[in-house]
Design a protein around this ligand. Structure first.
Ligand SMILES: Cc1cc2nc3c(=O)[nH]c(=O)nc-3n(C[C@H](O)[C@H](O)[C@H](O)COP(=O)(O)OP(=O)(O)OC[C@H]3O[C@@H](n4cnc5c(N)ncnc54)[C@H](O)[C@@H]3O)c2cc1C
Length: 497
């Protein structure tokens, strides 16, 4: 474990019984968990290398209870970590030893389906897939589709600005959320956005999407739903080189085609996925592209032919177009099983998430291979090729001393390359605790100070999800005017998160 979290405040720990009792008056029954066995499920999230049970977990069932819990914590200076399903891959929901874990999973009802405005209003604990399930019989769906959609919550999606295969054409969470109900750090309930496209005033909704639980708690979400396309087809395209595949991706976009999804897997990923789900992938290729096209049937047929033409012009070694939904689903089965397939190759893997300009794909993949050799750790690459979002899976064994640290260092090197070639530190998994200390690689001191000021404007007591996303968050009153003499920090006893 190489990342540090804010140190626990002994004064808060000493008040544990009082805090638990106060929370029980707000959320009665089984909604407050204090026994170590009951807290165990909350000790980690998708970044499983990091574990820390919370001081107490509270599972409210209404917005009023959420607001009352937050207000009590504000009045009593107790820190809070919000949690949806706990699938964050960047440690965003990692608890604090002296913090309240605020689980939103019991706010799990769909409140309204409105086909006239084409929106669904859902509580934050509703899973991503449940939104589509609620409207699919009527021919609609919710477009952002993280691979974790069966488990992750819409509140967590808003907090992480989650993406997925179909976000290339239909946008990320931020492009599909129209409004939220939001509880501030002091416990006030606000409504941001609505059902229309352009609400007046500052775009606070834009700020809240992707704010990783640092600015407030999302207690209701209004999302846009779309009619299901008349026709959907996919192509499976094999290439003898990653360069050819990268060029093909660029050429498809340059031809004015925005596929519904465009995913790439490198040779090790293809081999691992095929061995796992037998999707019928060609095993003699260096890179495999899955390109999905949707729309009216005639348009779809035209686009399938056009993409095949472009692929052949860019050196495709094999092209197969799906002729049925069953075949198309099989094409996707391998890609969707790439993570568990990696789990069969190695006791542990570490999923990175960075974004690069599409044209740099071959170059960056080559550098990742070179790093893999120098670290002596395997890596398989699956990624959202259309938007340049890489997901290298670094294979390691946590039981071998030093391998976790090696894997983390390898991951950090990959992210630094992403920034160096003009990309960004994260694509869709957020910063969390995982990439917090890499933020200065991407942002200047002035950029980071501005982000800290924003945090302070929403949460001046720094009670919401401290230790995540923002490196070295000092007390708001010190921000921008802390003078250090002889390496002696003023107020050395204050926790600096
Ligand atoms: C196998 C696997 C595949 C994945 N694939 C994808 C993918 O394709 N695309 C993608 O984008 N992500 C993916 N993820 C990452 C993860 O599923 C997403 O980040 C998801 O949005 C997290 O939702 P959650 O409900 O699990 O949130 P959590 O993990 O519980 O929390 C995530 C963050 O949001 C905050 N938070 C949660 N709920 C709220 C709320 N109501 N209000 C305020 N803050 C809140 C938490 O404090 C935390 O910082 C994957 C994860 C796994 C394990």
């Amino acid at each position: 474990m190489t990342l540090t979290m804010p140190t626990a405040d002994p004064a808060v720990l000493a008040r544990r019984s009082e805090i638990v009792a106060a929370l029980r008056t707000i959320v009665p029954g089984e909604g407050v968990i204090e026994h170590p066995d009951g807290l165990k499920p909350y000790e980690t999230d998708g970044l499983t290398a990091y574990r820390q049970p919370p001081m107490v977990a509270v599972l409210p069932e209404t917005t009023a209870q959420v607001a009352a819990v937050i207000r009590w914590c504000w009045d009593n200076d107790v820190r809070i970590v919000p949690r949806g399903a706990g699938t964050s891959l960047s440690g965003g929901a990692l608890p604090l030893e002296d913090g309240v874990l605020l689980g939103l999973s019991k706010l799990n009802r769909i409140l309204e389906v409105d086909y006239v405005d084409r929106v669904v209003v859902a509580q934050p604990g509703v899973t991503n897939l449940a939104i589509t399930r609620a409207v699919e019989a009527d021919g609609f769906y919710y477009a952002p589709d993280p691979s974790s959609q069966i488990a992750c919550t819409i509140g967590g999606n808003v907090a992480e600005n989650a993406g997925g295969v179909h976000c290339l054409k239909y946008g990320l969470t931020t492009n599909n959320v129209l409004g939220v109900e939001f509880v501030t750090a002091a416990g006030d309930v606000l409504r941001l956005g609505g059902r229309g496209l352009e609400p007046p005033g500052f775009d606070l909704l834009g700020l809240v999407v992707g704010s990783e639980g640092l600015l407030g708690i999302v207690t209701e979400v209004t999302v846009r739903i779309l009619p299901k396309p008349e026709s959907v087809r996919a192509l499976l395209i094999g290439f003898a080189s990653v360069e050819d595949a990268g060029r093909c991706v660029a050429a498809i976009i340059a031809a004015g085609i925005i596929p519904a999804g465009m995913e790439m897997m490198d040779r090790p990923a293809v081999q691992a996925a095929e061995a796992f789900v037998h999707a019928g992938y060609p095993l003699d290729v260096e890179a495999l592209l899955i390109v999905e096209l949707d729309g009216p049937a005639t348009e779809c047929t035209f686009l399938v032919d056009r993409v095949e033409e472009i692929a052949r012009a860019n050196g495709a070694a094999s092209v197969r177009a799906s002729t049925s939904d069953q075949e198309r689903n099989l094409f996707w089965a391998g890609r969707k099983a790439a993570f568990p397939a990696a789990g069969r190759l190695s006791p542990d893997y570490y999923c990175m998430d960075g974004t690069i300009p599409r044209r740099r794909l071959p170059d960056v993949l080559g550098r990742i291979r070179a790093l893999s050799d120098s670290y002596g750790l395997g890596v398989i690459n699956v990624f959202h090729a259309g938007d340049g979002n890489l997901h290298p899976l670094i294979l390691y064994d946590a039981n071998q001393p030093g391998q976790l640290e090696q894997a983390e260092s390898f991951g950090a090197d990959i992210l630094k390359i992403c920034v160096e070639v003009g990309g960004v530190l994260t694509g869709e998994h957020g910063v969390g605790v995982e990439k917090r200390d890499l933020m200065p690689v991407m942002f200047s001191a002035a950029d980071l100070d501005q982000q800290k000021r924003l945090k302070c404007a929403f949460d001046p007591k720094l009670l919401l999800n401290p230790g995540k996303m923002i490196p070295e968050l000092h007390r708001c009153a010190e921000l921008g005017r802390m003078h250090v003499h002889g390496n002696e920090l003023p107020f050395p006893d204050l926790p600096r998160f």
